[in-house]
Structures are given as structure tokens and as C-alpha cells.
Write a protein that binds this ligand. Structure first.
Ligand SMILES: [Zn+2]
Length: 126
């Protein structure tokens, strides 16, 4: 029931899926669900609820938005708020990477790296 357990982001190298779908971090994948397609049998690390489904159900569980067939998490509101922030950050990252992909012009090189690190910081925080 601790409200402040292990929420520090781990500097995992280049796991796009986790970066864009951070809520996977808060469930334990028990097994791959039959039929594949990104569906897993998972257990919530906070309320120990078990269900099967894709990331949309994980979102439903923690954020109460989208998806069906799973109840919302009973973790304390402050924890859920952090998850929501993580999710929103992921959406921003996704939008940024989509924009980068669709841009036909390569991003300009920055000599001193200032601009680059600012946008990188923005991507990491808040
Ligand atoms: Zn839960």
C-alpha cells in the first residue's frame, strides 16, 4: 500500500515500446494471451488484479479511459495521477516522433547542442 514505490524511470536503452506505452511498467506480464496481437495476461503490481488484453486495457485500468472489460485500479489517487502524467508524456513523445517521421526535411544540426538538449529535457520531464 505504499504510495511511493519504484516510480523512478529506469534508463532502459531504447525500448520504444515501453517509452511509448509506459503503463506496461506497472503490470506484470504473466503470459502472452492466445491469439497474440499484443495481448497479454497481466497482473497489476498495485492491486494484484489479473486480466487479459492489450495496452488499451492497461490504460483503462490505470486511467479509466478507453477499453473495456477491466475494472479501474484501486491504487491511491496520487499514484494514479503519476501514471496519468507518464501516459501523457508518452503521448507527447509519440506525437513528436510521428512529426519527426513525417517531416521530409531532416532536423537541423545544432553545433552547441543547446537546442537539442532543451527539447530532450522537455521530452523527459513534465
Ligand atoms: Zn491495479
Amino acid at each position: 500500500m505504499s504510495s511511493s514505490r519504484a516510480l523512478a524511470t529506469e534508463g532502459g536503452a531504447g525500448d520504444d515500446k515501453l517509452i511509448l506505452s509506459p503503463l506496461w511498467n506497472h503490470v506484470e506480464k504473466i503470459s502472452k494471451a492466445p491469439g497474440g496481437g499484443g495481448n497479454y495476461k497481466v497482473r497489476c503490481k498495485f492491486c494484484s488484479k489479473i486480466w487479459s488484453g492489450s495496452y488499451s486495457r492497461v490504460k483503462k485500468h490505470f486511467l479509466g479511459e478507453g477499453g473495456f472489460g477491466v475494472k479501474e485500479c484501486t491504487a491511491d489517487p496520487q499514484t494514479l495521477k503519476i501514471f496519468k502524467t507518464e501516459h501523457e508524456n508518452a503521448l507527447k513523445r509519440k506525437a513528436m516522433s510521428n512529426a519527426a517521421k513525417s517531416a521530409s526535411v531532416p532536423l537541423p544540426q545544432v553545433h552547441d547542442g543547446t537546442e537539442l538538449s532543451v527539447s530532450y529535457m522537455l521530452a523527459l520531464k513534465a
